[in-house]
Write a protein that binds this ligand. Structure first.
Ligand SMILES: CC(C)(COP(=O)(O)OP(=O)(O)OC[C@H]1O[C@@H](n2cnc3c(N)ncnc32)[C@H](O)[C@@H]1OP(=O)(O)O)[C@@H](O)C(=O)NCCC(=O)NCCS
Length: 171
């Protein structure tokens, strides 16, 4: 497997597969902003809205590819828009297709994202994730620091009200 940072035109070309991976994640109960069932069209529209940030070099989309160049997972690095936070970025939509989990795809994506973040001078990564789920276990494994839980923050894809944990890592 290898991880690639998509150029704006490559991101456009990947829209269909990124949509498929988002629909798959929601169908498997992930708490990633959307409710199940998520239509391909709505997933596509979501990714389409990210393209503006990609073009402005504010959002960076990483994908993991297998040997046959199939995209197996993705993650975004989103630089803060705020003028007083030029050193900070969020991680968003870390998604590994359900056929490819527990094979190190998310780890490879996050390591590439972190290396790139350092290369472009970022110092702090922040984000939130469903508390008590697989994502929390993953981020703890990757050395992200949990700073607290907000109860009942968001619904998971399958309609359960979840608590949310906030994380950071200083680079
Ligand atoms: C969470 C997710 C990204 C992990 O992806 P992955 O490619 O399977 O993760 P990796 O194979 O790199 O896992 C590395 C380590 O993280 C931990 N980990 C990964 N998934 C885990 C889970 N479901 N539960 C507990 N720990 C987990 C394990 O320690 C794992 O090592 P191991 O497999 O040797 O035990 C994936 O399950 C996913 O896409 N989930 C749905 C979307 C989602 O919730 N994204 C997070 C949004 S904030």
């Amino acid at each position: 497997m290898h991880v690639k940072l998509l150029s704006p035109s490559e991101a456009e070309q990947a829209l269909e597969r990124l949509s498929e991976i988002l629909v798959d994640a929601v169908a498997h109960g992930a708490g990633v902003s959307f409710m199940h069932p998520l239509s391909r069209n709505d997933a596509h529209n979501y990714w389409r809205t990210q393209m503006g940030g990609v073009a402005l070099l504010q959002t960076f989309i990483f994908v993991c590819l297998d040997r046959s160049s199939t995209i197996t997972g993705t993650v975004m690095l989103q630089k803060s828009w705020a003028p007083n936070q030029p050193h900070r970025a969020d991680v968003a939509k870390l998604l590994v297709h359900s056929d490819y989990r527990r094979q190190g795809v998310a780890s490879a994506l996050m390591l590439a994202l972190e290396k790139y973040a350092v290369d472009i001078g970022l110092k702090l990564i922040t984000f939130d994730a469903v508390a008590g789920g697989g994502a929390e276990g993953f981020y703890r494994t990757m050395g992200y620091v949990p700073v607290g839980v907000i109860p009942g923050y968001a619904y998971s894809g399958d309609g359960k009200l979840d608590d949310t944990m906030f994380f950071y890592k200083t680079l």
